[in-house]
Design a protein. Structure first.
Length: 508
């Protein structure tokens, strides 16, 4: 861990010899140690040091990947390790460099069976006696989390520039072929890539990663390029995102992406479009100048200010209006009728998973589809526009300092409600899952989104949005049931409740 932040192996051992008040600017490798009992004894100092030493890291990522896991670790040490015993102390040691930090949290308890707890967590079994929020946060952070000393010491490794996934395995190479081979891709980027690095130099290395979790139907790769500048000798890095395409050449999607870049989707009022920078022919891979840290769901969770989330809804609405009016071609979608066919396919898939043994839920799903059929008969006509066609909150990502709309290389012509219904579905799900942001927050976000999209010119088909929202929920249900039963059993009824509420709602 220490080597990954370019710290000496003696860093943490040397922490005991340094004061917690050592001046950060006075040492290249800052070490500190503190003793106390609760997070209030540690967090103010840690936050101040991080603000000084890790100032170039975005605040939201520093909080999510270092400060919050550390606070939870200290809380666990106080409550679980030391059992809130005032005679027992917690020791926090940290080594901080310009590349990141390694922090240890040690209590004076007896530890716990780490493998047993992690095993139950991976099997989605109850692994906690109380709420278990600490481990839940540990699994979501991009930092490396581990335990030593029989569970009585927590280690956190935080990188200023974290790896964008896991390194490719032999199985990945069998699937990705040349696109996953670091040596092949290094040679490819030497020949094809221009304008990523500011100064002349040599491409020193290419590292290839795949996401820890990949949504069904998407295949992404991250390429981390190390570039040695010719004059200074400094090594700088850039991370690119590759989208593996299925059954098509990457040349046409590259052209579509370039044309999308010509649209007025820049600045703080819109969701931006990533810049395409290279095309690999076999397998077809479209490479973007993009290194996202989270998707819109993660970004919205991190926003403490609800007004900022509503502003994001406005930005998405405004951006979709621009894309829809762009006149770009692409694959034709079959409009509302085609969407009903998709919903019918989703119904068959859902019924197949639930099987005859779950007659009550199957009956509910069939009733939902019948309401969609009924609503489809009264849908108003809408002029086909350029639609994303596969929009969800995973397609909107955050790469400091902007949000980007991805997946547009496969855009086509279709009913505008396809995209609007998809966005509003995920907004509704976000608000319902995070119960402190309930119906009022959803209504405010929906109204802001639609106001920005329609810009005062509300068409007659706007009243048909419940059809598209309810149908998209059925598609989301199909996706949910593609996971292990232990992952969806506790969520399915809430989703069915929401879907029924939407399809039975009056026209908006």
């Amino acid at each position: 861990m220490l080597a990954e932040i370019h710290a000496s192996e003696s860093s943490l051992a040397g922490c005991m010899k340094r004061s917690a008040t050592s001046t950060p600017a006075a040492v290249e490798e800052l070490c500190l140690t503190m003793r106390g009992q609760t997070s209030a004894d540690f967090m103010p100092t840690v936050k101040a040091v991080c603000a000084e030493r890790l100032s170039r890291v975005p605040t939201d990522r520093l909080k999510a990947d270092l400060l919050l896991p550390l606070k939870k670790g200290i809380g666990n040490a106080y409550k679980r390790g030391n059992k809130k015993d005032p005679a027992k102390a917690i020791t926090v040691q940290a080594a901080i460099t310009g590349a990141g930090a390694v922090v240890s949290v040690s209590d004076e308890g007896t530890g716990f069976d780490v493998e047993d707890v992690l095993g139950r967590l991976r099997r989605d079994e109850q692994y906690y006696a109380n709420h278990g929020s600490g481990f839940a946060i540990f699994t979501k952070t991009r930092s490396a989390i581990s335990y030593v000393d029989g569970g009585s010491t927590l280690l956190i490794r935080f990188l200023c520039a974290p790896e964008p996934g896991r390194a490719v395995t032999d199985d990945d190479l069998d699937d990705l072929g040349r696109a996953g081979d670091a040596s092949v891709m290094k040679a490819f980027f030497v020949d094809e890539l221009h304008g990523i690095f500011e100064h002349d130099g040599v491409l020193a290395s290419c590292r290839v990663y795949v996401p820890e979790k990949q949504e069904a139907g998407t295949r992404e790769i991250s390429y981390v390029l190390s570039h040695r500048e010719s004059e200074s000798g400094n090594v700088v890095e850039a991370t690119l995102t590759g989208q593996v395409l299925s059954g098509q050449s990457a040349a046409d999607p590259f052209s579509v992406s370039e044309r999308l870049r010509e649209l007025p989707l820049t600045g703080e009022d819109c969701i931006n479009v990533p810049r395409p920078v290279a095309v690999l022919s076999q397998p077809p891979v479209l490479v973007y100048d993009l290194n996202p840290s989270t998707d819109l769901r993660g970004y919205a969770k991190a926003l403490a200010d609800g007004d900022r989330t509503i502003r994001v809804c406005e930005m998405v609405g405004r951006s979709l209006r621009i894309v829809h009016r762009s006149g770009l071609g692409g694959t034709d979608h079959d409009g509302a009728g085609g969407e009903l066919d998709r919903y019918r396919d989703a119904l068959a898939s859902v019924e197949g998973v639930l099987s005859r043994s779950d007659k009550k839920r199957n009956k509910r799903v069939r009733a939902i589809f019948r309401r969609l059929e009924e609503r489809s008969a009264g849908l108003k006509d809408a002029e086909p526009v350029t639609v994303h066609g596969d929009l969800d909150w995973n397609r909107i990502v955050y790469d400091e300092p902007r949000l980007y709309l991805t997946g547009l290389h496969a855009c086509g012509r279709g009913h505008p409600g396809i995209d609007l219904g998809a966005f509003l579905t995920d907004l509704l799900r976000f608000c319902k899952v995070r119960r402190k942001r309930g119906d009022d927050f959803y209504d405010a976000g929906r109204d802001a989104f639609l106001a920005a999209y329609f810009a005062g010119d509300v068409p007659s088909w706007s009243g048909d949005l419940p059809f598209f929202i309810g149908g998209t929920m059925l598609l989301r249900l199909e996706r949910l049931l593609g996971r292990p039963k232990s992952r969806w059993e506790r969520k399915i009824d809430d989703l069915l409740d929401q879907c029924e509420s939407v399809v039975d709602s009056p026209a908006t």
